[in-house]
Design a protein around this ligand. Structure first.
Ligand code: SIN
Length: 298
């Protein structure tokens, strides 16, 4: 029987009482999915997972996601390393709030990240609950945003002149980032995004990947987006995740944004990541899961 311990923050829970190095029963898989949908981001401490275990477990939640711009590890086409070496001078990877690969036509529903080498301090990951961020917006702002689409692009990060582009390579980053011209593409998604499984509305923009608003000039969209970026990371929406080696974390990109943090200079940090796509036919109706509603993502 799994135990679910909510973080007490706007999102996040720890799940104990399950061994992810073995196949799961349908009942346990259902309970994990329900907890993940209810809490947005769930951590499984004290696991001992191989790459194959990570591959098997993530298929329980959904199909493989698409992973541009980071080369996979040899022999595992969907597994990438989030790596930083003790003496690395390049800026911390993914320090801006973002929802993973939101510039894709169908962004990944979820991301799974397994802590392989975790520094003794620092390197926390911040999550901001975007259901709570949406709910807290004033009514006139919600009315203004409904029906608007954000323009998402990878260009700020992964274009040749982007943050992880040509100049970044010279800084000696250890991660296998592969910038390319496809980063210039754009894709629109609703700013008020209705979650396909819970039916709840989440704010879906981020400074990482949102570059404008459809039908608005830059002069008009920039201050609006900047105010949303400030709003979406208010302390009351944040869960600060502290890592341990052997911990698996799975988050929902449809209702959270997240950001990496530093503070572990002189130490190696290595995590293995798989993105998880949308299921073929997500239920149009809210998910009737069995997680306690009161302890869910607010
Ligand atoms: C990521 O955004 O996938 C990386 C998060 C982290 O390194 O904490």
């Amino acid at each position: 029987m799994i135990q679910i311990e909510p973080s007490g923050a706007a999102c996040g829970a720890h799940i104990r009482g399950v061994d992810l190095s073995s196949p799961l029963s349908a009942e346990t898989a259902h309970a994990i999915r329900a907890a993940w949908l209810a809490h947005g981001v769930v951590a499984f401490p004290d696991q001992n997972m191989s790459i194959e275990d990570l591959e098997r477990f993530t298929l329980v939640l959904g199909p493989r996601g698409e992973d541009p711009y980071i080369a996979p590890i040899p022999g595992h086409a969907h597994v990438v390393e989030i790596r930083r070496e003790p003496d690395e001078k390049a800026p911390i990877f993914a320090e801006n709030f973002h929802s993973d690969w939101s510039f894709l036509p169908t962004p990944p529903a979820a991301t799974a990240l397994y802590g392989t080498i975790i520094p003794p301090q620092g390197g926390d990951t911040l999550f901001a609950c975007q259901y709570a961020a949406w709910d807290a917006l004033p009514g006139d702002m919600k009315d203004r945003l409904r029906g608007l689409s954000g323009i998402h692009s990878a260009r700020r990060g992964y274009a040749k002149d982007g943050f992880y582009g040509e100049k970044d390579r010279a800084k000696g980053r250890s991660m296998a980032i592969r910038f390319d011209d496809s980063a210039m593409r754009t894709r629109q998604h609703p700013i008020a995004r209705v979650h396909p499984e819970t039916g709840r509305t989440a704010l879906f923009v981020s400074p990482g990947y949102t570059i404008g608003i459809e039908g608005m000039s830059e002069d008009e969209s920039t201050p609006l987006l900047e105010s949303l970026y400030q709003h979406q990371k208010k302390p009351e929406f944040i869960y600060r995740h502290r890592w341990q080696p052997g911990m698996l974390l799975v988050w929902d990109n449809r209702c959270l944004v997240h950001a990496a943090t530093g503070g572990y200079e002189g130490h190696r940090r290595l995590l293995h990541r798989i993105t998880i796509g949308e299921r073929a036919a997500p239920s149009a109706a809210p998910f009737a899961g069995d997680a306690p509603a009161a302890a869910g993502v607010h």
